[in-house]
Design a protein around this ligand. Structure first.
Ligand code: GAL
Length: 953
């Protein structure tokens, strides 16, 4: 049972029973393991210059797989690095700096490095192991055990890297290193920096369903629904194998609605696709009002008799809906006309930058739905997969946008990745190639777009291709010619002309509005870089919220539009620069607090309930008797306004749903009554409040999952002694958390604020601030947030954290592995431990990595093993130990010409020796003498360990 949170000061907290744990919407796995790799990374902000490589020996080594020098290497001293969990955005941690880029929010991005250690049980040997990053901003390089395994030049695409060949098992430790270059920019907005989406380790059979290899996109023909399914099966095993591919489809209620089987045979190191079409009788349709999802499960099974063995399995969800764009009548979903009431949004949020927890995304998308939004354009790039899952689950239509406009192999691979990931999703109604590309009106732009569109069609013939064009529409040769649906950014004057000249081509507004507002500010003050909220501050290229929608609403051929923008975002502080550091465009601010535009859009868009909202607050002390511009946003026909109980005016709403009156200010209570004829439909009230007396904390939910990921936004506000909100309060609030969670960010929606995002305090801005709490991993029990402010009664909020777990790979203790051994030929006499091996001689001694086992030698029983070693700072305290897991044969160990120990017995046995403090590289030579006829060598791991205990890094 859910327990209601303790409510202090009578604050209202919504208990959100149903959504306690976000269902794993996209996939649930069978015998495969999909493990989170978010916890336990080490981070360094700034470049870690690799030491200069000089001389033949060093040059030769660094050129070899695994030989990288510097922070990408397997053995790098990261003992001073900061430990943190992903997702992580280091840019949001930086102070504002006028020298930095306004577009990126005046925060330093730069270079950063991440490292992570992990162990894999011996039982994983022989499985296919994939490392997945959902998004790293911006350019990045990945090494596993010092081998470069991937490079990626975009902050918006995920990647799946087969790291099987590079791994070690058992008690060996593997290292992952990631260099992130966020000097590189892909946008003109805040892009964050770092591994800001989730990381995963996926373990599967070598015969397995490829990542994003299950494709199930319903088709309706002649009133009949089918589900054509394709399953891409990869085989990284040693031999060709066959498998049964079994499919099962379950409906929204969990009942099986279709199943089938087929077979596939895949040669070693090859790939094959199994295809099967299932009939689905009268499926429940997906729509924004009723987002019904079906699950498709694909299982690979061992063919033949005997007990069924599952080899691999994966799941996805899909939905049954038809979608089409009509050149005269706009968009149709399931045969019904539906005007797209869309917003464009970027992917950052107050306090957390681009590392946005899924629960915060859900909060954001629900806010948009509350505004009447039915479509989202994730501008101008792919969003995290969990956000797309939310769009499917919540019922939002998506314009799915590609970032880089190019038909180069690399850009095409990013585009293909996007389509393969999202082509099963009922939410996706458009693929977008680009946004406002200067080449859009040229032959080159057309050719690039044509190739890109063809690549999309190859992977998904069912959805139209579009682009956001802001010019070039009438050029001789232009990209719109190869689009199925033409998206127009801002050019309202082009709507009619383009439609007239291209009557067969469907159109919509891919971007419009760009009107400015500061949340809670009602008078523009350009000096102070504050913009009022009466919807009278359009940009020079945009329109007011009312004008923009009118242009679309009045034209049946316009399928709808996407407002720039749903939320404010960091960066792009147009029309200002410093000190403004985030935008003024949002209908909601950075925290998701509604601005006036939110209610103006509600009046335009919401149909299923009455909207009535008085737009300014009623705290105008000092302005008594002077006119205050009052706007009431409503979807009702008429509004009556009452001041202190007296009717002031009753007026029909204008065509934009606004009642506008200049009202002489008198303190008290202002009420707006929405009317249909004489019938009251709803009312809204604003009331003059006194000075702030106490704080109020209001959580979006009361119960959280203790998985280290779940998060909740908490609204911080101040009320007067009578409990009335004080919309003008700007006082500083301090926070303290105790229990099963922590504060991960703060914000207040003020684009001019330079207060830090990561701090235990924040000022209210026009009455509001936000604190974002996140649960601890393995958290359970109460999570308390206490807020205090000078001279006010404090507030406390208690949330309940319940046990929940995301299966994950534990971070291994750092083990310095001693590798890179040279091995002398066998010899009859004891070798000189200090003999010199010429730096340019790569051949007279051999090469090896422990375990090194030499077969029995008859008379030549001696060998020398040589390598170099260096102590990490956290081992260099005189307590560090050199540990040979197993040496077979008698042995002497020499470091820099000094014998530090020996092993007298010839039997295989461990050897552990203290290592003196010292910096720099040391040369180690191990002389091993075999028993005649017996194998010998360094037959186990060689490592440097901490002397006292096994502390985590
Ligand atoms: C558009 C652009 C958006 C944003 C907007 C601001 O031209 O596509 O990314 O910059 O202008 O008005």
């Amino acid at each position: 049972m859910l327990r209601r949170a303790s409510l202090i000061h009578g604050l209202a907290v919504a208990v959100w029973a149903a959504a306690l744990l976000l269902p794993a919407v996209a996939r649930a796995d069978g015998p495969r393991e999909r493990l989170s790799l978010d916890a336990g990374w080490l981070f360094h902000h700034g470049e870690v210059p690799a030491p200069a490589v000089k001389g033949h020996g060093a040059s030769y080594h660094q050129a070899k797989a695994g030989g990288v020098v510097g922070a990408g290497g397997a053995e790098f001293d990261d003992s001073s690095w900061r430990r943190l969990d992903l997702p992580h955005d280091w840019a949001i941690e930086q102070a504002f700096d006028r020298q930095e880029n306004a577009s990126q929010g005046y925060r330093a991005r730069g270079i950063g490095w991440y490292r992570r250690y992990l162990q894999l049980p011996e039982s994983d040997r022989g499985r296919h192991i994939e490392l997945q990053f959902d998004g790293v901003a911006t350019h990045s390089t990945v090494w596993v055990n010092g081998i470069v395994v991937n490079r990626n030049w975009s902050g918006y695409n995920g990647r799946a890297i087969d790291i099987t060949p590079y791994l070690r098992y058992g008690d060996e430790v593997n290292s992952i290193a990631v260099r992130v270059d966020a000097e590189a920019q892909e946008g003109w907005w805040y892009e964050g920096a770092g591994i800001y989406r989730h990381a995963w380790l996926v373990k599967r059979d070598t015969l397995h369903i490829a990542t994003d290899g299950l494709y199930a996109n319903p088709v309706q023909r002649g009133g009949r629904w089918t589900l054509p399914v394709e399953v891409q099966v990869d085989n990284t095993g040693e031999a060709g194998r066959a498998a049964v591919v079994a499919l099962q489809v379950t409906g929204p209620d969990g009942a099986v609605v279709a199943q089938g089987e087929t077979r596939v045979r895949v040669a070693a190191l090859d790939s094959a696709t199994a295809r099967l079409t299932l009939d689905i009788r009268q499926p429940e349709l997906w729509s924004p009002r009723s987002p019904r999802l079906y699950r498709v499960r694909a299982v690979l099974r061992q063919p033949g008799a005997g007990p069924l063995r599952e080899i691999d399995a994966t799941e996805l969800h899909t939905g049954f809906r038809t979608a089409r764009f009509d050149a005269e009548r706009g968009f149709f979903l399931n045969g019904e006309p539906l005007k797209l009431q869309g917003v464009c949004i970027h992917q950052d949020h107050a306090g957390v930058g681009v590392a946005v927890p899924t629960a915060i995304w859900e909060f954001r998308l629900r806010r948009l739905q509350d505004m009447g939004v039915n479509a989202v354009r994730f501008a101008h790039n792919a969003v995290a997969p969990e956000v797309m899952d939310l769009a499917d689950r919540l019922g939002l239509l998506v314009m799915d946008e590609n970032r880089n406009f190019s038909s180069s192999p690399e850009a095409m691979a990013q585009l293909a990745w996007l389509v393969r990931r999202d082509r099963n999703r009922p939410s996706v109604i458009l693929w977008s190639l680009f946004n406002e590309e200067p080449l859009q009106g040229s032959w080159q732009g057309r050719e690039m777009a044509r190739r890109m569109a063809a690549e999309i069609k190859r992977l998904d013939p069912s959805r139209p291709v579009t682009a956001g064009m802001h010019d070039g529409l009438f050029a001789d040769r232009n990209a719109s010619e190869v689009l199925d649906v033409v998206g127009v950014n801002y050019q309202v004057h082009a709507y009619d002309r383009y439609h007239r000249e291209h009557p067969g081509r469907p159109m919509f507004s891919s971007e419009d509005t760009s009107a400015y507002m500061t949340r809670g500010a009602w008078r523009s003050d350009r000096q102070a870089q504050v913009l009022g909220s009466h919807d009278d501050e359009p940009s020079s290229w945009g329109q007011t919220h009312r004008d923009a929608w009118r242009h679309i609403a009045e034209r049946p051929f316009m399928a709808g539009g996407f407002v720039w923008s749903g939320f404010d975002y960091h960066g792009e502080p147009t029309p200002f620069e410093w000190p403004s550091a985030s935008t003024f465009f949002g209908a909601l601010d950075l925290c998701g607090f509604p601005k006036a535009a939110f209610y103006i859009r509600q009046a335009q868009w919401v149909k299923d309930r009455t909207v009535v909202k008085i737009l300014p607050h009623w705290n105008w002390s000092g302005s008594e008797g002077q006119p205050v511009k009052v706007m009431v946003a409503t979807n009702a026909p008429r509004v009556r306004l009452l001041l202190n109980g007296q009717t002031i005016v009753e007026q029909a709403a204008d065509r934009d749903g606004i009642v506008s009156v200049d009202l002489p200010y008198a303190l008290g209570r202002l009420e707006a009554v929405a009317l249909q004829g004489a019938r009251e439909l709803a009312r809204d009230t604003v009331e003059t409040s006194g000075v702030p007396a106490r704080l109020v904390l209001t959580a979006d939910r009361a119960v959280l999952a203790g998985d280290g990921r779940d998060a909740v936004p908490v609204t911080v506000s101040a009320v007067d002694a009578q409990g009335r909100a004080v919309p003008t309060a700007n006082l500083k609030v301090r926070f303290e958390t105790t229990g099963a969670g922590r504060l991960i960010g703060v914000g207040n929606g003020d684009p001019n604020s330079h207060e830090p995002s990561k701090a235990p305090e924040r000022s209210l801005f026009n009455g509001l601030a936000q604190a974002i709490l996140q649960t601890e991993r393995d958290g359970q029990g109460p999570l308390r947030l206490r807020a205090t402010a000078d001279g006010l009664a404090s507030a406390e909020l208690v949330l309940e954290v319940r046990t929940a777990r995301v299966p994950s790979v534990p971070a291994a203790e750092v083990v310095s592995r001693v590798g890179g051994w040279r091995i002398s030929p066998p010899q009859a006499a004891r070798p000189d431990p200090n003999q010199v091996l010429a730096e340019n001689d790569m051949n007279s001694w051999g090469w090896g990595e422990p375990p090194i086992r030499q077969s029995a030698e008859s008379t030549e029983t001696w060998r020398a093993y040589r390598t170099s070693l260096r102590l990490r700072a956290d081992r260099n305290d005189g307590q560090g130990r050199l540990r040979f897991q197993q040496i077979a044969g008698q042995a002497e160990v020499w470091v820099d010409g000094v014998k530090i120990g020996e092993k007298t017995s010839p039997e295989p046995a461990p050897l552990s020796l203290p290592l003196a403090q010292g910096s720099g590289w040391r040369t180690m030579t191990v002389l091993v003498r075999a028993q005649p006829g017996e194998p010998s060598g360094l037959i186990g791991r060689v490592s440097i360990e901490r002397g006292a205990g096994k502390a985590a890094p």
